[in-house]
Design a protein around this ligand. Structure first.
Ligand SMILES: [Zn+2]
Length: 326
């Protein structure tokens, strides 16, 4: 396999030093080890060298969850477990460790989906035009679930996707959702989206700078861009720097990186929040040896952790939601 060596996307510097290394422990597509480097000039963290545009497809497994379609039974199963996991009743399952993987992974702090919030606020004013970059197959979304998918939004808004997976694009087409393969295929006649969303997709892209530029050029005057990404300064990544999703995560951003990109491309930061949830610790413990102590987390432990994380947005949450405007 050939890997490409890159310069910093933000400042162009070719100078960088290795800060972390990992193989693909999560999907096991390769035994090769990848490095994350830190730019010597601007501090941006990125995977380098990395698979190029022709080979990166080999590192996304066939059933990479957000590219495949979901059946109704699976959806109902997921919904019922999600309701139990986030209610007091979950504690009745504490003695039965059999349920741990099903329930702990679904415990989440109550964070409203910024896209849905916006649609609801403006529902009597203007039907929103939404572009979801890295939209997957359109029936599910990371963290926000089915209600954060284009298939759900389309009931209330005009939606359009952008997704490189052909499999996912075929699913979208069956749902009647138009989708482009890449942002540079979106013509200027499609200008002025009210909401441009990147739901845990910016960390996967080739050149983040192209996306910030695209947002600047395609956002409606009072529109918003919603960017959800892992926070490289979050608790997990600070304490266990090798727990990384490589090689498919190309960039490892912290809040100040996003501030710098926004400033460079003339975008305003409207809001930033970071948050964490117990499932990340529990799920990752199966793959990353340095997190293995979280494997024995009980439902009660996870419930306590979630309650704590739920109280407020934490400073060093493992994920972040950034809202940008013009
Ligand atoms: Zn740099």
């Amino acid at each position: 396999m050939e890997y490409e060596k890159i310069s910093c996307d933000f400042c162009g510097s070719p100078e960088n030093s290795v800060v972390a290394s990992q193989t693909d422990l999560l999907y096991k597509t390769t035994k090769d080890t990848f490095n994350v480097v830190k730019c010597k000039d601007c501090n941006l963290h990125f995977t380098n060298p990395r698979p190029d545009a022709n080979t990166i497809g080999n590192f996304y497994v066939q059933d990479y969850s957000f590219h495949s379609s979901r059946n109704y039974i699976k959806y109902l199963f997921d919904k019922v477990l999600g309701l139990i996991a986030n209610s007091f009743f979950v504690l009745f399952f504490n003695p039965f460790s059999f349920f741990n993987p099903y329930l702990i992974q679904r415990m989440k702090p109550k964070i409203p989906d910024p896209v849905l919030t916006r649609i609801k606020i403006l529902k009597n004013t203007k039907r929103q035009k939404i572009l979801d970059i890295g939209c997957g197959s359109g029936t599910n979304s990371h963290f926000f679930g089915a209600k954060g998918s284009l298939n759900y939004y389309k009931k209330f808004a005009d939606v359009m996707g952008c997704e490189f997976s052909e499999n996912a694009r075929n699913n979208l087409s069956e749902l009647g959702i138009f989708c482009y393969p890449f942002i540079d295929k979106i013509p200027s006649s499609e200008n002025y989206f009210d909401i441009i969303r990147m739901n845990w997709s910016l960390e996967h892209v080739d050149k983040p700078s192209h996306y910030f530029k695209f947002i600047k050029e395609h956002l409606a005057k009072d529109g918003i861009a919603v960017i959800c990404i892992p926070n490289n300064e979050g608790h997990v990544y600070q304490n266990y720097p090798n727990c990384l999703e490589l090689p498919i995560h190309f960039y490892h951003f912290n809040i100040s990186d996003i501030f710098k990109y926004a400033e460079k491309y003339g975008l305003k930061i409207k809001n930033v929040n970071t948050f964490s949830y117990p499932g990340l610790y529990y799920f990752s413990s199966k793959f990353y040896p340095s997190l293995s102590h979280y494997k024995n987390m009980s439902i009660f432990d996870a419930w306590k952790m979630n309650k704590l994380l739920n109280k407020s947005y934490t400073e060093n949450g493992n994920d972040m939601i950034v809202i940008l405007g013009l």
